[in-house]
Design a protein around this ligand. Structure first.
Ligand code: NAD
Ligand code: GLY
Length: 361
């Protein structure tokens, strides 16, 4: 088992990474202040892992809410249902919420914890690769709006993250690959060694080699924790680098209807589009682009945009991004593999050209 802290002063918290952590009560009990826990999960994950968490928390009063599964339920209506359950179960301000599931459950539960009775404690128990390497760390919580992805939410840090690698055994292959997209992202924005490691070990990750998964989750969390510690509230531009590929990707997710493309798949395609624009700007080399494309393809991730999306739709959806400031769109683009920058100084015509290249295929 590996552990290290996300360093945020008084709000610092540990990330535990290892096998069979769900069955070990201390990881939960050390971070639960009161006598009550309320677990939020979904209809796919709960039958697999809820009993283990209930057993680990059996000394406490436990309630739970099982949500329908899918990105299309990451919305305000679901929040309302969670608040109603919390109130029906008389959960008070000493209740600790536990998010048991992938990024969707983590984002919903974190937002519920941040807002219920002006804030209660919560624990992230990520059960997808994507959630273990990215969404459970750093305190971004919230839900989608029909007009834009993750448009409603806030920053609110968990008390700890319990990343039980054993849970990855029941993930579908395409969900696993979606998580690999976010690992590739760390390689691209700041960690060339990780990128090179991925080039050599991608098949081992796809084959769920335990050592490779443990390495990738640990290294990704370290990268994320470092960025979050430097720029928790995404103010300096540093944390925004974590959104590499996401402005294009979010447009795909919203444009195709939430739940039709996995978040990681949309990000993978978006990372390639952002790399193409980076070449057009004269910042990235063709050779680097080709390495990125090869790795994304090797991870069985998409490199083509959805057929029904056109340039106008992309531009419209990209204009509803949280990286729009004073009406100007900022994008994360690459200088080279391992180095990214947040910039509004890209050429609009080159962006359109890039979109046209992808939308034409
Ligand atoms: P998800 O939560 O929808 O999970 C993917 C699928 O896997 C779901 O069907 C889920 O029920 C199932 N599942 C989860 N764990 C399983 C397991 N162990 N075995 C079998 N099936 C399992 O999707 P995701 O990819 O985990 O997360 C994507 C979401 O995370 C998006 O909404 C995205 O916006 C968000 N996100 C948030 C942040 C952040 O910083 N908060 C970062 C990245 C992504
Ligand atoms: N996933 C982007 C962030 O946490 O900032």
């Amino acid at each position: 088992m590996k552990t290290f802290d996300v360093q945020l002063g008084k709000r610092s918290y540990p990330i535990y990474i290892g096998e069979n952590l769900l069955s070990q009560p201390q990881y939960f009990l050390d971070h639960i202040a009161g006598e009550n826990v309320f677990i939020v999960s979904n209809e796919k994950v709960a039958p697999l892992y809820l009993d283990k968490v209930l057993d680990s928390c059996k000394k406490l009063q436990c309630d739970y809410k099982i949500l329908p599964d899918g990105e299309q339920f990451k919305n305000i209506a679901t929040m309302e249902a969670v608040y109603s359950s919390l109130l029906e179960k008389h959960c008070d301000r000493n209740t600790t919420l536990i998010a048991l599931g992938g990024g969707v459950i983590g984002d919903i539960t974190g937002f519920a914890a941040a807002t219920y009775q002006r804030g209660v404690h919560f624990i992230q128990v990520p059960t997808t690769l994507l959630a273990q390497v990215d969404s459970s760390v750093g305190g971004k919580t919230g839900v989608n709006h029909a007009l834009g992805k993750n448009m409603i939410g806030c920053f609110y840090q968990p008390r700890c993250v319990i990343a039980d690698l054993s849970t990855l055994g029941t993930l579908d292959d395409h969900e696993l690959c979606a998580g690999i997209a976010e690992i590739i992202k760390y390689g691209l924005i700041k960690d060339i060694e990780l990128f090179i490691w991925l080039e050599k070990n991608i098949q081992k990750l796809i084959d769920r080699d335990p050592e490779s998964l443990a390495y990738a989750v640990h290294r990704s969390c370290k990268n994320k924790a470092q960025i979050v510690a430097e720029d928790e509230l995404e103010q300096s531009g540093k944390r925004a680098l974590l959104n590499y590929g996401h402005t294009f990707g979010h447009a795909i997710e919203t444009g195709t209807g939430y739940g039709n493309w996995l978040h990681g798949e949309a990000v993978a395609c978006g990372m390639l589009m952002a790399a193409r624009l980076s070449i057009k700007q004269g910042w990235l080399t063709e050779q680097d682009y080709s390495r990125i494309e090869t790795l994304i393809k090797a991870a069985n991730l998409p490199t083509q945009v959805p057929k029904n999306m056109n340039v106008e739709e992309f531009l419209q959806l990209m204009s509803v991004d949280k990286k729009v400031r004073d009406g100007k769109l900022y994008l994360v683009l690459l200088n080279k593999i391992g180095e990214a920058n947040l910039t509004a100084n890209f050429n609009d015509n080159l962006l359109e050209e890039t979109l046209l290249e992808y939308c034409d295929k």
